[in-house]
Design a protein around this ligand. Structure first.
Ligand code: ADP
Length: 375
């Protein structure tokens, strides 16, 4: 796996009982996954020479992020390296412009959008797409964004200048008045076998995923089926191998629009570690190795994943002891990362029959670990 973040750490963990030999390419030995994987190469994924040397002896190469340059992936494929998902699929997770164009062509509903050239062009887009002057609109750099970085809500032409400073093409989108955000997670193997997890609700705070509820409360069977079918269709059309997260907006009038795609294990699927028969990480490993996929069904009525963000206090140990003792049923997943304010350092999974209780226990633990509550 290329990339040493927490996704690689948890993918490695899921591969252990499957007997998989896991090799990692990581930026530094301190990275979350590099701390726990025995076969680690330290190197820069932007360097083709490093990638080539790393891929030697791998049956398959997969990724914990989408930042490996496409030309390097093409070069590796030309060398005969098996990359899953392949570069033609990955392009749609790397570049939001490519993704929007391709999904629209496939008839998948997306927010109104187009690539914009400069702030004046943003004004023209706004006037075409919305009512009145059309602002606010959402601007996104097509590449390199994550956790809300690279996304701006702009109210006028002056504010529209900022996203262009990065020198990366900018995508304009209508500002969707959504009721909530959902995610449809599916996994597809080279054989074409595919599984769909229950559709989840994901709650963002300040552009960062905060809570995921599985399944999405109150979602009709019809809409849930539509979301799963949409994700399976996208996976098949784009030739995705491995885990695909389709982030969706549920509009107030009951429509689904695709926001984003991720072709790797995803934060909206962390609940599956403790809440599904087979986790997203295990199924990603199975898929990229073309093994039969595992059962995606839930193991509890409700599972809630709450992200643990760093607070001002770098030492979580005391809080950690308290949370464990207070709630022995809490499933804690820490990433081994230094605590910095706002940084994702772990998550907790809670499950049970009473959603309010399951949510409250997750919320309490995350807030206590962060240090925003002391009782
Ligand atoms: P990232 O790559 O950082 O995950 P996203 O494209 O997922 O960026 O956007 C981050 C968040 O911004 C979304 O989760 C959503 O809350 C909000 N957002 C993105 N696009 C739109 C849109 N077109 N309309 C309204 N809100 C949006």
């Amino acid at each position: 796996m290329v990339g040493g973040g927490q996704l690689a750490r948890m993918t490695h963990e899921a591969g252990i009982p499957l007997g998989i030999r896991f090799k990692l390419l990581s930026d530094t030995p301190q990275d979350s996954a590099a701390q726990v994987v025995s076969d680690v190469v330290i190197g820069d994924y932007r360097d083709l020479g490093v990638l080539r040397a790393f891929a030697q002896g791998c049956d398959v190469v997969t990724f914990d992020h989408e930042h490996v340059p496409a030309e390097h992936l093409r070069a590796l494929e030309a060398d005969g390296v098996v990359i899953r998902p392949g570069v033609e699929a990955l392009l749609h997770a790397q570049d939001k412009g490519v993704m929007r164009e391709r999904l629209s062509r496939a008839g998948v509903p997306c927010p109104r959008h187009r690539i914009v050239a400069d702030p004046e062009d943003v004004s023209r887009f706004a006037a075409e797409a919305g009512e009145g002057d059309g602002f606010p609109v959402v601007l996104k750099t097509v590449r390199g964004g994550y956790d809300g970085k690279g996304v701006w809500v702009v109210r006028d032409v002056t504010e529209a200048a900022e996203p262009f400073r990065a020198g990366v093409p900018v995508l304009a989108e209508e500002m969707v008045d959504f009721a909530r955000e959902l995610a449809a997670n599916v996994v597809r193997s080279p054989h074409g076998q595919a599984v769909a997890y229950p559709v989840v609700e994901s709650i963002q705070v300040g552009g960062v995923c905060d809570t995921v509820i599985a399944p999405a409360p109150g979602l009709s069977e019809e809409l849930s089926g539509t979301a799963q079918e949409m994700a399976l269709k996208i996976a098949a059309e784009l030739g995705v191998v491995g885990h695909l997260a389709v982030e969706l907006f549920e509009t107030r009038d009951g429509r689904l629009l695709v926001n984003e795609l991720a072709m790797r294990p995803h934060n909206s699927g962390h609940w599956t570690q403790d809440g599904a028969v087979t986790s997203q990480f295990a199924n990603h490993v199975r898929a990229v190795l073309d093994l039969p996929l595992g059962d995606p069904r839930p193991r509890a009525t409700w599972t809630v994943m709450t992200n643990v963000l760093g607070g001002d206090y770098p030492d979580m140990y005391g809080a950690y002891l308290h949370c464990m003792a207070r709630d022995p049923a809490l499933k804690i997943h820490m990433y081994g990362k230094d605590v910095k304010p706002g940084r994702k350092v772990g998550h907790v999974n809670t499950y049970g029959d009473d959603l309010a209780d399951v949510r409250e226990r997750g919320r309490h633990a995350a807030d206590y670990l962060r240090g925003t509550i002391t009782e």
